[in-house]
Ligand binder design. Structure first.
Ligand SMILES: [Zn+2]
Length: 270
């Protein structure tokens, strides 16, 4: 019975194939092929494009990286010109990641709010580069009961929301079931709020959120060994999320990098 239930749940909760916010397409004339990109997402994306041609001239070196601005249509990303009286051919492939690759400098002077309600206190159960699941990652885990209100640590634009899962377990196999919200910040970094409960997002993609605003509810989804909030700030690249440490307000007058095992009380500042 348990096995059958597991299979049913697996089928039921597998999210549909995500088409993603960036699409590339070609427009051809007699001697020329132009590739364009649409980005329907609310933050810029970096497209990594490679082309293979025969008897065509291309506009520079490939693979190349091109930034496609937020909410944009028909951005020219490549021009390939066929040689006269020759049979020409082309093919292309691409991948993309969130953000502008030229902009990966985190504003260290920015002081974040703790990502929960003012006056509430929670323990940092795992800190930066923690040996449980944060090896090589500047991420933070706050131990808190499911359903705890989560607040934006920094203002920005919501770029990703997943809230359709109720599954969680301490194993790698559960990773894909994690619910989360991602917020794009003014300096080009992204804030990630992970393991939210099912339907635990109060915001949707494209919303602008203020610092301290309630954005959702914590949970225990994804690869998780107990109810907590995982928070981290990162810049994306071809193959990784490059995380950075951030300072938080811990009283009206003090801010600091957080330490594992300590309990912190949120003080919300603008
Ligand atoms: Zn974590």
């Amino acid at each position: 019975m348990k096995t059958i239930l597991f299979l049913m749940l697996t089928l039921w909760f597998t999210p549909p194939e995500n088409k993603g916010p960036v699409q590339l397409y070609a427009e051809k004339s007699e001697l020329e092929v132009r590739l364009y990109a649409d980005n329907e997402g609310p933050c810029p994306y970096t497209v990594v494009l490679d082309v293979t041609v025969r008897n065509m001239n291309i506009d520079g070196n490939y693979p190349k990286r091109i930034v496609v601005p937020a909410n944009s249509k028909k951005v020219l990303v490549s021009t390939m010109r066929g040689r006269k009286n020759r049979t020409w051919k082309y093919s292309y492939g691409y991948s993309y990641f969130k953000g502008d690759y030229r902009n990966n400098w985190h504003n260290e002077a920015y002081i974040y709010n703790l990502p929960f309600e003012e006056g509430k206190s929670y323990t940092l159960s795992q800190g930066y580069n923690g040996k449980f699941t944060h090896r090589g990652k500047e991420a933070l885990d706050f131990s808190m009961p499911e359903g705890t209100k989560i607040c934006a640590a920094r203002e920005g634009v919501v770029v990703e929301v997943k809230e359709d899962s109720r599954r969680g377990c301490p194993r790698e196999s559960c990773k894909k079931y994690g619910n989360y919200i991602t917020i794009y910040h003014a300096d080009g970094s992204f804030g990630e709020y992970y393991h939210l409960e099912k339907n635990g997002a109060k915001v949707k993609v494209g919303d602008r959120v203020e610092k301290g605003e309630v954005i959702g509810y914590s949970g225990n989804t994804g690869m998780s060994s107990g109810p907590h909030l995982h928070f981290m700030v990162y810049f994306e690249s071809e193959d990784d999320k490059n995380t950075v440490k951030t300072q938080f307000w811990t009283s009206e007058t003090t801010h600091q990098y957080l330490r594992e095992g300590e309990k912190y009380t949120a003080v919300h500042k603008k």
